[in-house]
Structure formats: structure tokens, C-alpha cells
Ligand binder design. Structure first.
Ligand SMILES: C[S@@+](CC[C@H](N)C(=O)[O-])C[C@H]1O[C@@H](n2cnc3c(N)ncnc32)[C@H](O)[C@@H]1O
Length: 287
């Protein structure tokens, strides 16, 4: 294919070429989610694994932003995910995710209705705006850590809030530290959980985490071309007991476990995953 690819590309109008590429990926290429037995080293031999700091992701986020804000306006249901096509606000799994976030905000907000939160992997700040719709009364100080391209865009989309692309934000202290759909993209997730716990004076909320119950944690690759992301990334599917053991080691007490309702098929996995959420409190709060 690669030898004849370039002449074909030159003969085709760009839009047709993009459509052909999509069709090729959909019907002839590898599965979107696939277990990789070699683990994290897979990335060293697969240059298509570019991670999250890529223009493709940024462009999709930029394009969808106005529609996202429009869809969450007013008193209608908040059953939508910013990654979706943004055509409905009545998706049950998304509704579950957003309402669970609302519950977490209620639990973590302290006296004076003030909340200082860190959103680890919060992209360009979608959850800042969701928080404002869910609890307009909360005086929210929002901090977000993400990859450089998204953090830079977040500063534009959420003026007055705090975006960073390095771990200096973890030297600060927050009432709530959230990692929604993001902790599993870090190779050393144990270490990251410890650093997130240390940065919290109140609660740690790890959610949208792919989990398994029986087999040990394993690595898989996600190929999100269908969303226009033009990248691939590696991720952990975390064994639930391993997570709870690590949480205890970092003085985190489980306050509420949540079922998300998302369970994408991971090809070649010995056990299929279920997305779960875990709200922890710092041990000092409960003792
Ligand atoms: C699946 S998206 C989740 C976005 C959002 N938190 C949500 O729940 O909808 C994963 C996010 O994690 C971010 N991410 C990946 N690796 C990261 C890292 N090392 N530090 C911070 N964010 C990271 C990605 O850039 C992306 O914004």
C-alpha cells in the first residue's frame, strides 16, 4: 500500500483523500481498543502512538467548544459528553457521569460554599463550565493540569482560571483533586495517585477509569481516529483491588464507588473492562 499511496494521494482531491483514509481505517485497520501484551514499551516501536499533545486533538476541541457551551446552557438535561457528536443532551451514561460529578462537588465543597479544585487531565476546561451549571452558587477556584497544547487553549476558553502543563500545580493544596478519564494514561499510575493524594486536603475523585476485577492491570492501545484525533495512546486497564490497595497506601479512604456504564470492547483482553469511579477522602478527614 505504502508504495502506491503517494501517487494516489496526489491524484485525489484532499476531501476525498481524507474520506478514503477514514474508510480504510474503519474497515481494514486495527481495532480501536486492543490489549498490548508488551505493555508500555509498545510505544517505542509504534510511532503512531503520539499521545495527547497533538494538533489533531486540539483542533477537535476547538471546533466543538461553541457547540458544547450551547448544549449545556439553560435548565435542560446535562446528558452529554464533550467527546460526543453533541447532538443530544439525553445520553444516559453521560448524564450519569455529569450528575456524579455534581454529587462530588456537593460533598467536597466546604464552608462558605468555596471550592478549590484541581482537574488532572481536564483538557480545555469542560468541567469548569459543567461545575458552574451544576452549582452556580459555589465559588469555584478551578485549576487544570493537561498537556501543553490543551493547557494553552484552556487559558483562552476559561479566563481567570488556572491551567498548567507541568506538575508544579501539585505543590499546592486543593479541596478536591479529580482525575476523570486521565489517570490511566500515566505509566506510573501508582506514583501519580500518590502525588494527587498528597495535593488534596479533602477529596480525591478518580473516575472514568477502565477497571477489571480478576486479572492483573494490563496495558492497551486506543486508536481514536473515529473522533478525528489523529493519534494513538497507551493506557492502563486497572485491577480494582490494585487500585484500592494503592489508595490505602496513600491514606485514601473510599467514600463512594460509582459505576459509569461505559465498557468499550478491548480486543485480546483476558477480561473485559468496566469503567468505574472512586471518591476517596484523605484519611485525616475521617479519623
Ligand atoms: C479521555 S480525556 C478526559 C478529559 C476529561 N477529563 C473528561 O473526563 O472528559 C483524557 C485527558 O487526559 C489528558 N492527559 C493525558 N496525559 C496526561 C498527563 N500526563 N497529564 C495531564 N493530563 C493528561 C489528555 O490530554 C486529555 O485531556
Amino acid at each position: 500500500m505504502s508504495g502506491i499511496k503517494e501517487p494516489i494521494r496526489m491524484l485525489m482531491p484532499p476531501l476525498l483523500w481524507q474520506a478514503a483514509k477514514r474508510l480504510h481505517r474503519t474497515f481494514l485497520s486495527k481495532s480501536e481498543w486492543e490489549a498490548v501484551p508488551e505493555g508500555w514499551s509498545y510505544g517505542q516501536t509504534h510511532p503512531e502512538v503520539k499521545g495527547w499533545n497533538v494538533e489533531g486533538v486540539l483542533k477537535v476541541y476547538q471546533k466543538k467548544w461553541p457547540r458544547f457551551l450551547e448544549m449545556i446552557s439553560g435548565p435542560g438535561p446535562l446528558g452529554l459528553a464533550h467527546e460526543s457528536e453533541l447532538s443530544s443532551r439525553e445520553e444516559l451514561v453521560s448524564h450519569n457521569i455529569v450528575m456524579s460529578f455534581g454529587y462530588v462537588l456537593s460533598v467536597a465543597t466546604g464552608a462558605g460554599r468555596r471550592l478549590k479544585m484541581l482537574d488532572w487531565g481536564g483538557g480545555v476546561g469542560h468541567y469548569f463550565h459543567l461545575a458552574q451549571r451544576l452549582h452556580p452558587d459555589i465559588k469555584l477556584e478551578y485549576h487544570c493540569k493537561d498537556v501543553p497544547l490543551l493547557a494553552e487553549q484552556g487559558r483562552v476558553f476559561c479566563p481567570g482560571q488556572h491551567f498548567s502543563a507541568d506538575e508544579v500545580c501539585l505543590d499546592d493544596s486543593y479541596d478536591l483533586v479529580m482525575a476523570s478519564g486521565s489517570m490511566h494514561f500515566t505509566e506510573d499510575w501508582h506514583g501519580l495517585l500518590g502525588r494527587l493524594a498528597k495535593a488534596s486536603s479533602g477529596y480525591v475523585y478518580v473516575t472514568l477509569l477502565p477497571t477489571v476485577l480478576k486479572v492483573p492491570s494490563f496495558v492497551f492501545v486506543q486508536r481514536p481516529y473515529a473522533y478525528g484525533y489523529e493519534t494513538e495512546y497507551l493506557s492502563w486497564c486497572v485491577n480494582r483491588d490494585e487500585l484500592l490497595t494503592a489508595a490505602r497506601e496513600h491514606s485514601l479512604l473510599l467514600v463512594r464507588e460509582m459505576v459509569v456504564g461505559h465498557q468499550p470492547l478491548i480486543m485480546g483482553a483476558q477480561e473485559q473492562n468496566v469503567y468505574r469511579g472512586f471518591l476517596f477522602s484523605k484519611q485525616s478527614l475521617a479519623s
